[in-house]
Ligand binder design. Structure first.
Ligand SMILES: Cc1cc2nc3c(=O)[nH]c(=O)nc-3n(C[C@H](O)[C@H](O)[C@H](O)COP(=O)(O)OP(=O)(O)OC[C@H]3O[C@@H](n4cnc5c(N)ncnc54)[C@H](O)[C@@H]3O)c2cc1C
Length: 474
């Protein structure tokens, strides 16, 4: 049985498992050299970092470091290296499948290292524990923005640099990792190193989208662009998937929208609604002509929803959804999300086949199946894996089950694995934040031609294999 799955099953034991781990830890502590003094052993602090947003995996750390500076992380890593103890950086803990967890190791809770340091016209230096929300607020004060924002801004800068960071502007600007100018990191060897495309490029390329395997990012210098004032958002509805995809391809090719996404949504009676979500930036007082923006599209026009918000209001819109889910208790249910990229050449056929086999409750009443095309030309981060075509489709099952029933979550995890195998067979690639077990061989296949580069960077910068064990890569 894969260890991920064992942990999922044992999570149900709750207090008993935690107590057992507590006893084991105390017994083992007798023969162990003392932890660095700033590592918290408080049960409630450890318990708070023993699960993540997905609530599918439970791993009890031995202690938690809340670093005040990179020097604290250096000291910890040197101690961990001497002891062979695993270390997991934690940003906002919004992983789905235990990727920021560590059994009997040390969690480095980055949330207090969140200073936003130096904002210039084209760049900002920010500590890796800052959230994108805080960063955006700081840059908007100077009418600037990172070019790519995730849909949800409550994620940390370090947490999305570890995976990529995709958003509605990615066709134009790639991932957030494509907009990193330089990084300051602490390696698995406990060394502070700066890296960029020209300084230690192997570390730079092994850290961006490297799933936390080579280093802990302490500070990032990120690209900024002028922020738009307002966002006019067009949510268009279609009778079926082919007509949605046809219009998505058309508006993508024409560059009609500054942001483009789309989704297949539960219609409340067991079927689906098909939605294109496009946005046009504009200055106050110069809104685009709606008719021109929508001309020639085949949506059900009477159902269209058009909104006009400030750039900040629009960027924070996911927060309303979070509030809704929290009010219904569904934010803290297990979240067996599944995230992939399909080849543009077979996306409609493959997605239609998968949709036909999904049950009505596949994503829950508030979930969605994200489905939209992207140009791949702006994606340059070596470890971001996409099908090798000019256009790929995002295909994500954002599963938000209505209950916290473990059997439902387990069924969805098993289904995720089957879907992954099917999509991989058809040339698709996962966005590596989803909920299903991946073996070391699966990861080798996932990274493909990028695997030797990641393996070599791991060997050089974290030879003891201490960092980010939750990914089960090595
Ligand atoms: C509600 C929600 C919305 C989301 N929306 C998007 C989206 O629009 N686009 C998108 O791309 N993704 C999205 N995601 C996925 C998200 O980007 C990843 O799960 C991300 O890794 C979470 O960031 P975090 O700060 O919570 O990281 P954590 O869950 O804390 O950590 C994730 C991984 O990164 C490592 N890590 C964390 N900090 C550091 C650091 N400083 N240095 C090195 N490694 C580190 C951890 O060890 C772990 O392996 C979403 C997730 C959720 C739950």
């Amino acid at each position: 049985m894969p260890s991920d799955r064992r942990m999922f099953l044992s999570a149900g034991l709750g207090v008993t498992a935690a107590l057992a781990s507590e006893l084991t830890t105390s017994a083992q502590a007798v023969d162990r050299p003392p932890l660095p003094g700033n590592v918290s052993l408080e049960p409630e602090v450890r318990a708070a970092t023993a699960h993540d947003f997905g609530r599918l995996i439970h791993r009890q750390p031995r202690g938690v470091l809340r670093p005040a500076s990179s020097a604290d992380i250096v000291s910890l890593m040197r101690w961990a290296k001497g002891q062979g103890v695993k270390v997991a950086a934690r940003g906002q803990g919004h992983s789905i499948y235990g990727r920021a967890l560590v059994e009997d190791g040390i969690v480095v809770d980055m949330s207090a290292m969140n200073a936003i340091r130096d904002i210039q016209q084209d760049r900002v230096a920010v500590d890796a524990g800052a959230t994108w929300r805080d960063l955006l607020d700081a840059t908007l004060a100077l009418a600037l923005t990172p070019p790519v924002l995730t849909n949800y801004l409550g994620l940390s800068v370090g947490g999305t640099i570890a995976v990529g960071g995709i958003g509605a502007t990615s066709s134009r600007h790639g991932m957030q990792t494509d907009n990193v100018i330089a990084l300051d990191v602490v390696t698995g060897e406990g060394k502070e190193v700066s890296c960029s495309a020209t300084e230690n490029p192997d570390l730079f390329d092994g850290t961006r989208a490297g799933l936390g395997q080579c280093s802990i990012v302490t500070r990032a210098t990120l690209r900024l662009v002028p922020a738009p004032e307002r966002v006019r958002r067009f949510q268009l509805f279609y009778r079926d998937l082919p007509s949605l995809a046809a219009d998505q391809r058309r508006v993508l090719t024409e560059g009609r929208f500054d942001q483009l996404q789309g989704a297949v949504l539960p219609d409340g009676s067991g079927g689906w609604r098909y939605q294109l979500d496009g946005a046009v930036y504009h200055a106050t007082g110069s809104a685009p002509d709606d008719k021109a923006v929508l001309s020639g599209l085949s949506d059900e026009r009477s159902a269209a929803v058009i909104t006009d918000l400030t750039y900040r209001e629009d960027a924070l819109a996911f927060g309303k959804f979070e509030t809704l889910l929290r009010s219904k208790g569904q934010w803290s249910n297990p979240q067996p999300w599944f995230l992939t990229f399909l080849r543009g050449s077979n996306a409609e056929r493959l997605a239609a086949g998968i949709l036909a086999g999904l049950k009505g409750d596949a994503v829950g009443p508030f979930g969605r199946i994200t489905f939209y095309p992207l140009f791949t030309k702006a994606f340059r981060t070596p470890l971001v894996r996409l099908p090798a075509e000019d256009i790929v489709f995002v295909f994500n099952l954002i599963r938000i089950p209505a209950s916290n029933d473990a059997a439902t979550a387990e069924r969805m995890l098993a289904e995720n694995r089957m879907l992954y195998d099917r999509i991989r067979e058809a040339g698709g690639i996962q966005y590596p934040v989803g909920a299903f077990a991946m073996s070391s061989d699966d990861w080798t296949a996932h990274f493909g031609s990028g695997w030797p580069q990641l393996r070599e960077a791991k060997q050089r910068y974290d030879p003891g294999h201490l960092l980010a064990p939750g990914y089960n890569l090595f």
